[in-house]
Ligand binder design. Structure first.
Ligand SMILES: [Zn+2]
Length: 329
């Protein structure tokens, strides 16, 4: 497979001459803070544990007795972040408990922030550490599918257990359960004066219950046309619309950490993470995979936030020609 084109989004170069002239003279506020705060290491950890942890980006895992995963975190400065758990004067109850229970620290270096974010989400799911917020299984996820022209007449509640969200357009929401989704739709309907029959919350000929309470503007009794009601449903759902994948196909995001000289390319398609390439892996192997990736809400959130933050020092490589059937680019 050929890398068909390159789109360089940002490449911020700091003047190397300035950096060289003042190197050794500058003491950053972070360093001062670190010097002033000598961490009281938790009793279960070896005294020299912090010496080995690098200062670059990555993910860390705290373990307790019997290798029980306690906590997974990520940072662009691993060592400082790990120290901060033990520097907080134990004002955070979670850190106090971690300090009492921790016996080992493990870490994975990455080439940048995105790699750390993705690995953190994967590890939290896999290890289910006791001090991380619990993540729901993806299969509970659901959303409304709404296509006023060609689709069903009312918003259709679809579940990630039945359909692959990465291949669908016109999705609204992302809700953690059916109950949450239906409650949200009910609130939206009442706020916008929508018909409960017209939006699929009630069955029957009408009038709907909301009309009797003067909340529905009367689509169920002929006071509002179906077209007008459909347009208002689209407007009401607008803020919940799932973002469209902003690229014409599969992409690679290249991250490089100048200190460790580590480089990684994260391969992504339609909000799905397909894998990370480094020097040991073959790009062709990854691109030849035909398995259709499954949608993951955490990855979707990580990526939408990441693109919104306009990341610096990354390259986005467009890998054209998706290798599985495309729907709705
Ligand atoms: Zn009604």
């Amino acid at each position: 497979m050929v890398l068909a084109s390159f789109i360089v989004i940002f490449d911020l170069a700091i003047s190397s001459s300035i950096r060289t002239r003042f190197e050794g003279l500058l003491i950053g506020p972070q360093l001062v803070e670190d010097l002033l705060k000598k961490p009281a290491l938790p009793p279960g950890l070896p005294a020299n544990v912090l010496d080995d942890i690098p200062e670059g980006p990555g993910v860390y895992v705290f373990y307790g007795d019997n290798e029980i995963p306690l906590y997974v975190g990520k940072s662009i400065g691993l060592r400082s972040r790990v120290m901060s758990h033990f520097n907080s004067d134990h004002r955070v109850a979670k850190d106090m408990r971690i300090s009492q229970e921790i016996t080992r620290v493990e870490w994975i270096e990455t080439a940048g922030e995105l790699g750390a974010l993705i690995r953190e989400a994967q590890l939290v799911k896999r290890l289910a550490p006791i001090h991380n917020r619990r993540l729901r299984r993806n299969n509970d996820l659901c959303a409304f599918r709404w296509e006023p022209v060609n689709g069903p007449k009312t918003p259709e509640l679809v579940s990630a257990a039945d359909v692959n969200f990465s291949g669908l357009d016109n999705l609204y929401g992302m809700f953690r359960s059916r109950r949450v989704a239906l409650n949200a739709l009910r609130e939206i309907a009442d706020e916008h004066g929508l018909c409960h029959i017209g939006i699929g919350l009630e069955k029957g000929k009408g009038p709907c219950f909301a009309y009797q309470l003067k909340r529905c503007r009367g689509a169920c009794v002929g006071k509002e046309s179906a077209i007008s009601h459909s347009m208002r449903v689209t407007q009401a759902l607008h803020l919940l619309r799932m973002q469209a994948w902003p690229f014409p196909g599969r992409i690679g995001i290249r991250e490089h950490d100048p200190h460790s000289r580590r480089t990684e390319i994260h391969v992504l398609d339609r909000w799905c993470y397909l894998g990370t390439l480094n020097s040991q892996m073959n790009l062709c192997d990854m691109l030849q995979t035909r398995a259709e990736p499954s949608f993951d809400l955490d990855t979707y959130k990580i990526l939408t936030r990441y693109f919104k933050s306009r990341p610096r020092n990354v390259e986005i490589v467009l890998l054209t020609q998706p290798l599985y059937p495309s729907r709705g680019y």
